[in-house]
Design a protein. Sequence first.
Length: 559
Amino acid sequence: MATIWGGASLLTMYLRSMEDLLSMADWSWDFFINLSAADYPIRTNEQLVAFLSKYRSMNFIKSHGRDNARFIRKQGLDRLFYECDTHMWRLGDRKIPEGISVDGGSDWFLLNRRFVDYVVNSRDELVSSMKRFYAYTLLPAESFFHTVLENSAHCETMVDNNLRLTNWNRKLGCKCQYKHIVDWCGCSPNDFKPSDLPRFQQASRPTFFARKFEASVSQEIISQLDAYLFGALASGTPGLQAYWENIYEAETDGAAGLSDSALTHYHAFARMGLSRAASSLQGHPNDNSCRYVGVSHPVSVHLYFLSDQYQGYLVHHVATNQASNQLETLETWVAAKDHFTLTSSPHAANRLQHIQVGTDWDPKERLFRNWGRLLGPEDEPVAVQRWSRSQSNLTATIVWIDPTNVIAATYDILVDASAEVTHYRPPLTSPLRPGMWTLRVLLSLSFCCCTPEDALRLHGGPAKNSYMEQSFHGLNPVLQLPVSLGAVEEAEANASLTGAPLRRWLDGLLEGYWSASDVCSTGPSACPVMQRCRLTAWSSASPDPKSELSLPREDGRIR
């Protein structure tokens, strides 16, 4: 069942799962425990079983513990919502049912079988009316089970503890990041980092799970927890510090699973790998055994991390070896080049540490979820500045300059003395002109906006050569930006490119920002120096013992 954040479908999924579990005659389970992909155990399974065995009749659920009227307003329980087209639409106001003590809190719980059976199968008016009410409620799982439990004959079984440790940082986690999904603001916990390990070891109340964990943000804390609970893997274990995350798989995602911009980048990355392979036999110009032609649609794409640092993309693709005329399956590792530069020598008054431009900025974790920050003409880029702390505030002017020296946007930002990160997305009119853009904040940063091959309209930039209603031409003399007719003519010429000339132009653009770090073959290769992917340390096909699963042993463990 497909669910969305805060959607009524989440409660429907829970109730259907409970019904299915109750109907399993061959499994006499005792507790229903919900976990997300971002949860991780912080105690062993033996410890959890021993604890719950002592409290079989109890239900572990966490209440908000604050003013109830405020909770109802904050959760939007007095509003009518309807889920449609993967969105929770707010339709208007409504009244809270009379005679009911509405409660709520965390949507992570441990419910015993008796209460689960009551919720699923009872014909009580309480259960029936609450199912109707919460079918049109935002975040229903954060209140439905609490309310039914507290207003039923099972109220004596409630324990105000969901046995979880949650990493709340509400200053960063409550930024209305779900407005594209729901007509409401919501909060989300932060990810745990290695410095948090003592919190798991020293927890004062019973806790068996914690959230959130993301290996793309910190694989190290997960490895630390594994070592704490089950013993450390031997030092030197292959892949111990690495993490691979699949973001595209042709077999399951299909051709429509990639945007035009992403597909354009991945094809260019694959061509970079072929160029690297061809250069591996320098001094043998007549040897075609490492030369390839033809770039297929990507077979798969992975993100690659090492020691909690993003290392680039791994693009799995197929090409024809010119010497053998046989198809070979290759994987290319491409890494980004940093183009942040200081225009003058560093000095104490300069707090700016770095600038980045990308999309899908996560203000909670302060990173781009578009890890490679791949941009296309129809994207809405965000500029992020990182600062050192100071004793005083400052005001910085941010200037966006397109490939033809047109100032697309400029704005001022107030940087508080304690601020470490600032970000802003200027309301630029699309399409953005493809090519090299520059960002100036007393310093310079350039980035590449690359265009899909099948969208000629996107090559020409915005209509009337203006990205915003106001014009910034008056700043040209101040920023010493010459009006270059040659640059305009070149941009217009590039706008008409198709086929091989367009690919050559794109490759030239991207080579300034990305490089092929390595290439390998997943199977036999006619190239004598081509390494096998499974024998590398970086490939998605290389060993990863920490993620290997085995059949459960007698003690229930898989490791």
